[in-house]
Design a protein around this ligand. Structure first.
Ligand SMILES: [Zn+2]
Ligand SMILES: [Zn+2]
Ligand SMILES: [Zn+2]
Length: 252
């Protein structure tokens, strides 16, 4: 399986509009972060986790040829607003694109994209989606995805484990009951917003502590804000912990 970080930025993206700080004006391409999303490619299948407002640009940059399913962590704008842009994949593939989310997230997606779901859009050119409720582990073409409940501030959202890898974006706490789901990981991808603590996100220091506790073989930080200079923060991390960047690929 190949993993591609389509985006590794926080909700505003980096550069942040209007900002002239040294990260937002950095010449290092790893300091340019689109909104957070991960692509899974295996056995000819392409599955995306979250469809960000940058989904179209990410799909073009990665030369995506197809999309077999979209899986959602939660319904914040930076994770769902690109859903309309899956349309061309539906037009090409001519089968409704399955989307997977837990109940609260699915309800928010249905409300935000009401015109896709209410069946009365008279203008044509609309995606057809096939919603699936996540209420436990599920299989996508032989790949088992196990939802990993985490807390994003006070909002319960989902991370996912697939094989020896796990993706935990947008969390501030991992409940005790989810810890066994993160045993024996080869790769842990986790939120590390910035050096300073934040009520709804894990900080660099907190994420280092999670890595210390969960002991994955390798860890990659994502959902990073413009307080994170790739070169500077990277230099301060242990060798098995890396900052992800847009376009980074991992073979599993
Ligand atoms: Zn987010
Ligand atoms: Zn900035
Ligand atoms: Zn969020």
């Amino acid at each position: 399986m190949k993993l591609t970080f389509l985006g590794t930025g926080t909700s505003t993206g980096v550069p942040t509009l209007g900002c002239r700080c040294r990260v937002c004006t950095s010449a290092d391409p790893r300091d340019q972060r689109t909104r957070p999303s991960l692509l899974l490619e295996y056995d000819g299948r392409t599955v995306v986790i979250d469809t960000t407002p940058d989904f179209r640009a990410q799909a073009l940059r990665h030369q995506m040829q197809r999309l077999d399913a979209a899986v959602f962590t939660h319904a914040h704008a930076d994770h769902i607003l690109g859903l309309d842009d899956v349309r061309p994949f539906y037009f090409r593939q001519q089968t409704p694109i399955p989307i997977y989310a837990e109940a609260h997230c699915l309800e928010n997606i249905r409300r935000t994209f009401q015109y896709i779901f209410d069946g009365v859009y008279p203008y044509g050119g609309i995606a057809r989606l096939d919603p699936h409720l996540i209420d436990g582990p599920f299989d996508l073409w032989g790949l088992r995805l196990t939802p990993v409940p985490v807390l994003h501030g006070n909002l319960p959202i989902l991370g996912f484990r697939f094989g020896q890898a796990a993706y935990l974006t947008d969390f501030s706490t991992i409940p005790e009951t989810s810890l066994p789901l993160l045993d024996g990981l080869e790769v842990l991808i986790l939120d590390a917003l910035r050096p300073k603590p934040h009520p709804a996100h894990s900080s660099i220091e907190q994420s280092l502590a999670w890595v210390e506790q969960l002991k994955p073989r390798r860890a990659f930080f994502t959902h990073m804000a413009h307080q994170v200079s790739h070169a500077e923060i990277s230099a301060s991390l242990p060798p098995h912990v890396r900052l992800a960047y847009d376009g980074l690929q991992l073979d599993l």
